[in-house]
Design a protein around this ligand. Sequence first.
Ligand code: SF4
Length: 367
Amino acid sequence: MDKIPSQMDICFSEKCNLDCDYCFVNKTSTDVLDFPTVKAAVDAFFALEGKSKTITFTTSEPFLYPDLFRDSVTYIFGTGEELGIDIRIVATTNGARFDARMREFVVALDPAKFTLNFSLDGNRKSHDAHRKFRGGKKTDSTFDTAIANFAAYPRRDLVRVITTITPSEAGLLSENVDFIMSQGFGNIDLFPQMFAIWGEEERNTLDRELKKVVRNFNDGPWAGRNLRLLNRLWGDTHYAKILLGSDGKFYLFEWVLPLQYEDRHAYEIGSPHDLNVGKRNALFAFLFGKTAAKNGGVCASCEFRPFCADPIPMYMWATHRKMDFDAYFANFCRMSAIMIRNSGTVERKNVLDVEKWGKAAKGNTAG
Ligand code: SF4
């Protein structure tokens, strides 16, 4: 277990311009971070041991706060350089506020150190099926706005598309991936909706579609572009993280965001002036014990354990939602098997070499 966090997720605010029906953020906090708080949190994070760190803006829509985003990114890179820390920043946007000013700022960032993720679920029909504007009309298309903004972005080859697969759209997956890659994106991360319980037929459909997708990357039209099937839902990356919440407090990790705001305090680990790493490690040990007790310790002998680690986020989700844990856990294991097995068939040429990619991109910034 990684004792010292090496990744900090920053949640500017839980307000969003979109109201996606599968969003895992509970949105019961109305706070918005300010720049002095972000600065203090970055300083606290940088003061922790370690010379290689990642900061993400992936738990809210960062481009709702363009000045705060620009100031934060500039401060993070500047301070990291002064301290000799190797920094990577990842920002995830739904694209609806990715206007000309934001595009100009982002395109100038070093692609070896900055990754832009774009949440796009496929063509208009699949994307708009689950992603709506908050308070918008039913007929408004979030797809049209986001696609138009990205069509004007010259470095789509460096963008990582984050595609959420819902059970209702699983049968259209290969068609949707083909559409996305045809827009010139260089990287795609498939993210099945793991907080839903999938039916057997839906799982079989997903498996079949994933096989088609992998074939298209291994020997088909998308060979050489990057396909990722295992993401933050698998692996023990949660042990490496902390979350800066929109209230300016540190929390265990981003998986506290599905909880109601008042239920999150149990997972609070201090403030930018008082980060309690000891409490963080004790909380992880506690949750690890809870998860192992609940699943009867089966992960310990499972062939997939190196990939799943221990599904602590899923334990928290199922407990909070008062779900039948056994049914939910069985569902998670079946879905994990599908994703892990298919991931094993993706050829290495389609696995992103960040350093190489960054160098190639730097030599080609004319757009
Ligand atoms: S597949 Fe299930 S039992 Fe196996 S490691 Fe993953 S969560 Fe644990």
